[in-house]
Design a protein around this ligand. Sequence first.
Ligand SMILES: [Zn+2]
Length: 93
Amino acid sequence: MGTKVKNYKKVYLDHFGLNEADDIACEYSWIVKRVMVRAVNIHHIEHGANKNDDINNLMAVCYKVHQLAHSEKLNRYHLKEVHKTFLKENPYD
Ligand SMILES: [Zn+2]
């Protein structure tokens, strides 16, 4: 049976019914640019004191978007809105 450790990647995959072999879409590219780009990171939208592994805080992003997120060129409020939309309009249904 599975491991006791529930990491945030598993939370993310389980939410969408994906497994580790599946391609994961960059949420930002999908919602904002309407293109499919493979995600390479599950980003915590809120980090620091409010960091948590809830699906509402976990956002799959490509390398470029992840860099922008950590350089604050994409702010977390905007990312949160994009993520909210993605939860309703994801490509996996
Ligand atoms: Zn990150």
